[in-house]
Design a protein around this ligand. Structure first.
Ligand code: GLU
Length: 449
């Protein structure tokens, strides 16, 4: 164990003991606890009131059965999850992930991260996460609809516009949110902002689709500007080709960069002329096909099997936007050797702890997920706000708010890092800045015996 502080070491030990075989959750907690060393020294009241012991234990965990019937008439059973992690600063808020790799450890790590991320946005949202081991890949629209309806039939009793507001994540986009919203409305007979990422015709917010990717670039630009660098004239590699990667690509182009690679879980495409985003949108958003199809439209581009190799492409800026632990130590070293000067995380926890260490040691500007990808959930909070007002803002209004939020997240993370003796380390800065607001609120609320 790497903790100097005995209290933090004890908390970590309990987390491992209490949540066996959940390595992703252990990893996420360890990173935050390491950042909190200087905080517990300065704030003994947080130790005395067990704030951190309480923060690593979700307020509530719900597991449920999701039965549905496939197109051949066969009964299928999946498992559903909702982890309501922390409601100290607002209703639980966080996405739903539908992916075969989903199990308790993934949802807990995501829920834990969400608490700090949501706090960093400056908006009144607590942290939660949910999902299922259902794989939407290869399923018909009818199958996805039946699954979503069954999932919501159980979930609806645990959520509400002032209680817990789910949204999308991997495998959950506009189509799935629509089916789930329809089912919620049927069962509850109410039209409220119980989900975000809704369609624009029924209460969705402009910019929500673009928000995570745009926000990632706003944060990265701010972080780079402070170091005298920018997207302008830079070469960018982005992993993934889902919602986050697509809109990060769009914004990177708008800011004057060239994006040369994108990937999916099978492999990556390299187009040295610059990825043609219209083609990618057609393949991913309309046809729902694999990124390999890009070669049918642009035969001069190259396709490589396996996704790890994407980090060996020479670039100035790398934006991992696929999934957890997709960028390891070796990949980080390859990026550094090729002169990459900025890395910012669009996915949740895409860099392994060893990779983060390589970036920090080599002076690479590093924007951790909690700060860099908070634009998605921040815009979800703006959607909640508009729903409560029964009003909607223009694209320009929401985009301006998003940009301000991302600039503030950068500034607050940088200031916290400096205040606690880790200037330039935005991992420590984001963790501390996110932690303080939640810790102060929990402290104010007292302990229920
Ligand atoms: N799934 C996204 C995240 O990881 C968005 C969550 C939301 O909008 O509630 O932050």
């Amino acid at each position: 164990m790497t903790f100097k502080n005995a209290y933090l070491a004890e908390v970590m030990e309990t987390v491992i003991k209490r949540n066996p075989a959940e390595p992703e959750f252990h990893q996420a907690v360890k990173e935050v606890l390491e950042s909190l060393e200087p905080v517990v020294e300065r704030h003994p009241e947080f130790v005395k009131t067990g704030i951190i012991d309480r923060m690593v234990e979700p307020e509530r965990v719900i597991y449920f059965r999701v039965p549905w019937v496939d197109d051949s008439g066969k009964v299928q059973v999946n498992r559903g999850f909702r982890v309501q992690f922390n409601s100290a600063i607002g209703p639980y808020k966080g996405g739903l992930r539908f992916h075969p790799s989903v199990y308790a450890g993934i949802i807990k790590f995501l829920g834990f991260e969400q608490v700090f991320k949501n706090s960093l946005t400056g908006l009144p949202i607590g942290g939660g996460k949910g999902g299922s081991d259902f794989d939407p890949k290869g399923k018909s629209d009818q199958e996805v609809m039946r699954f979503c309806q069954s999932f919501m039939t159980e979930l609806q009793r645990h959520i509400g516009a002032d209680t817990d507001v789910p949204a999308g994540d991997i495998g959950v986009g506009g189509r799935e949110i629509g089916y789930m919203y329809g089912q919620y409305k049927r069962l509850r007979n109410e039209f409220t902002g119980v989900l975000t990422g809704k369609g624009l015709t029924y209460g969705g917010s402009l910019v929500r689709t673009e928000a995570t990717g745009y926000g990632l670039c706003y944060f990265t630009e701010e972080m780079m500007n402070a170091a005298g660098k920018s997207f302008k004239g830079s070469t960018v590699v982005i992993s993934g080709s889902g919602n986050v990667a697509i809109y990060a690509t769009e914004k990177a182009y708008q800011l004057g960069a060239k994006v040369v690679a994108l990937s999916d879980s099978s492999g990556y495409i390299y187009d040295p002329e610059g990825i043609k985003l219209d083609t990618v949108k057609q393949i991913k958003e309309v046809e729902r096909k694999r990124i390999k199809e890009y070669l049918n439209y642009h035969p001069n581009a190259e396709y490589f099997e396996g996704c790890g190799g994407i980090w060996s492409i020479k670039c100035d800026i790398a934006l991992p936007c696929a999934t957890q632990n997709e960028l390891d130590e070796e990949a980080a070293k390859a990026l550094v050797a090729n002169g990459c000067f900025a890395v910012a995380e669009g996915a949740n926890m895409p860099s392994t702890p060893e990779a983060v260490e390589v970036f920090l040691k080599n002076g690479v500007l590093f924007g951790p997920a909690k700060a860099a990808n908070a634009g998605g959930v921040a815009t979800s909070a703006l959607e909640m706000c508009q729903n409560s007002m029964r009003y909607s803002w223009t694209f320009e209004e929401v985009d301006a708010k998003l940009k301000n939020i991302m600039v503030d997240i950068y500034k607050n993370s940088a200031a916290a890092a400096k205040e606690y003796g880790h200037e330039g380390n935005f991992v420590v800065g984001a963790n501390i800045a996110g932690f303080m607001k939640v810790a102060k609120s929990m402290y104010a609320h007292g302990i229920a015996y």
